[in-house]
Design a protein around this ligand. Sequence first.
Ligand SMILES: [Zn+2]
Ligand SMILES: [Zn+2]
Ligand SMILES: [Zn+2]
Length: 349
Amino acid sequence: MDLTPLKDTPHRRFNPLTGEWVIVSPHRTLRPWQGKVEKSATRDAPHYEPNCYLCPGNARADGAHNPPYSSTFVFDNDFAALLPNPADLSIAEAGLLVAETERGICRVGCFSPRHDLTIPRMCAADLRLVVDMWIDQSNELAGVPWARHVQVFENRGAMMGASNPHPHCQIWATAHLPNQAVREQASFEQYTRKNSSCLLCEYVRIERSLRERVICENDAFVVVVPFWAVWPYETLLLSKRHVGSLADLNTGERDLLADTLKMITTRYDNLFEISFPYSMGFHQRPLRDQAGGDWHLHAHYYPPLLRSATVQKFMVGYEMLASPQRDITPEAAAERLRQLPKVHFLDRS
Ligand SMILES: [Zn+2]
Ligand SMILES: [Zn+2]
Ligand SMILES: [Zn+2]
């Protein structure tokens, strides 16, 4: 297959996970990159912040105090978007005004007691504790009889709306499959019906043979800028083995997931030498689903930055009204991320 025309011809690319298209305009970025690099070193950031509601021992919004925790720490969000036992509600007016009750559990998980320690700067052993926290929470929430989906996600940086810089994630369980899961579930099933193989197993195989969009990998995981990426430095973290959930990972793979998190986020921070903002999250097999066997565990990273620490990509205009569009090709973005140093810029002397 000849993929050379993708380098300079405007085209659109298909996203097989969502069934949507993205417009790619490579002719607009043939000019050399001249973005300025702004450093904002955080080497001297405090380990503990008296006013942080996530730091050990501090008071939270509802008056409760955090325990003096020394590794990871999970609690129910004091301002939960969903509640486990809301009143029953069901509206279906002419098929146009449609609403139903949604039950949910919303938790917050702190990665460590350290207020300043982001994932790329954590050590392997501590990162493994974060992976274990995700697995423990996923298992526990899978035991809630009405739960059908567990979403683990991290919003990092004020640009992504993170309300607190203390490194943490959120874990939501819901009674319904959310939009993204519904779409991906249908795509996995459809692909397997047609091809008798797994969509993402096949995709991993193609990317690893082409190597054009691969950024980093170890024995259990590979990170690529997906062929259909919308955000400039969007990446997809894929398990090499066909597993449906974090809990399906064996001990070795859990260590290697910790390693992979560090590899990709270090490159992100090194890109503009800042603490790189993003939204990321894992897509796991829906709970209690007969057809869930087709599901392949993966994580999406969606960073908002375009050319520098301050130039952000906005989804406006044509993108809001019609279809997303990008200038820098996924191949060029992958090349840049791949070339970056493997050691975090703050950990270099
Ligand atoms: Zn804190
Ligand atoms: Zn698979
Ligand atoms: Zn996904």
